[in-house]
Design a protein around this ligand. Sequence first.
Ligand code: FRU
Length: 571
Amino acid sequence: MSDSQVRIAGGDTIRSLHADLPVNATFHIWLKATKPDVPGSLSFSNVRGKFGEVSVTNAEEYEFRIFHVFGGGSVELDYDTYQTSVSVAYWFALADVLETGITVLHTNPGNAPPNIPDSYHFRPPFGWMNDPNGFGRFGGRPHLFYQHYSHGLRWNTMHWGHAVSSDYLRWRHMPIFLFPSEDLTARPDKRGGAYSGSAVPLADGPGIRVFFTEQVQDRSPEQQIQLTATSSDLITAGNADVILPYRPLDEGLTTDFRDPYVFKGPDGRWKMLLGSQSDEGGVVLLYETHDHTAATGWTYIGKLLVEKHYRTTAIECPCLLPLDGPATDPATRWVLILGLMNSEDQSTRRKNLTMAIVGWFDGQTFAKEFEQELDFGTDNYAFQAFVDGDAIVGIGWLANWADTGPAIDFPTAMTLPRNIHLSAGELHTPPIGAAESLRSHILDRTRLAAGEQVSFINGAVEILFELERPGAHFRLKLQHPTVRLEVVVDDEGLAICHEDGGAAESPHYIAKGARPKRLRIFLDYGSIEVFADRGRWAGTKRISGFEPVQSARLIAETGAVLHATVWALKP
Ligand code: FRU
């Protein structure tokens, strides 16, 4: 039987997507040929008939095509699934996409987002996501870029996804921002892409300059080099230029050389941190430039820090921020935040921890005062922050590489955005104030405090309670269909007990010695975030799947709970 006969026997293989367009719409479409010898294509038509087509010959990986439709109106996109597979199709109008977002017309079962409309954590509109990138306020609005692969729920060739918000909580999805080279996108073979980085406002005029690592696995001698690109419309990035083609010489570094974080130093010059690895441990490298545009002139200053904590191998996604005063004041303390790749706290089995180190930064060196874990739950990785007016705002990847695997789909979210500040000599990371705007209505103010079971109407819930004295013991039992989940304070400290019945014993997510008085707990489909004493302790844990927590019961000695409130949240 010939192929065409199979096709007729199989019935209708044509798929149509419909769009009602404003004038000057842009389509982004990723398609591939289902067979190596037959091109794949997708056609555009309106009432007057077919007026355009995009096509590909690649049968290994989805290829990106842009198509502009100038006239507006009702448009059909047709393709034959016999010879064409479409991964993603969305459209937008460049003139107002910052206000309206993209309109996603098509995803497929392999890259579709979960259907959880009540969920209030940021997730990509399709595909895989890891680190936050380029987090900042540009043109008046918070922008979030992120590590992204569009065509599946597993890590692969890295692009930068993009979203815009006005409050850090409700995001509009933007077109994909950074694309790796065509050589890398030709095959889904995980050889690299546009890795993590940061963004700063353009020096002369509106727009941003982004910095990122280009990873090409089989490139020698440098797998990882640093690139920069600009965008004046905040939507499309121009061509990227190499700014650091080599690691610093004679520093004993491995090929790890990534995640440029650019910020203004105390001397007014642009500085760049990079994460690396050496025999001595994980390394933070410092560069600077005298170029006020940050485009050129990047020179190596030295190793800002060598970190051996928890036997870390490499540092990932370092960031450095002035904490308790202006960057230019030598008395100002700074906080250096680091992902400790491959670290393991042997006593709790927690992996890939994130440290926050407080000290002084004079533009060249960092003098440590004290350090703290950023998040005892460890599902707040690759945390990135910037100074927004008079507050630091940061966000992390609500996951941990230790739980991922090449063979499992692993949909993830970002953490709630958090502020960072010093209070009585300790670092606090509470959720941003606007998180209160998620509150919809009170579910309970009496029963939880009285030790009764409180049922939730959906999976978006905030629980607050205050203890009669710091460190009073309690056990908050959270009923979940597949995971044993509790928040506990006992003599050891504050812990999230999480057992998902997996083969390996779950790590012990604990802030040792914590004796909190006030608890604020956010539950969402697939996550729990615990903030104690206004962010003095923060614990974030991903929960596998999207089942909601169904109810809570608070077990404590009589009189130990002063009051408790349960809110239903609404995105
Ligand atoms: C951290 C990280 C970065 C790298 C990116 C790749 O999660 O490993 O170091 O740039 O992810 O996606």
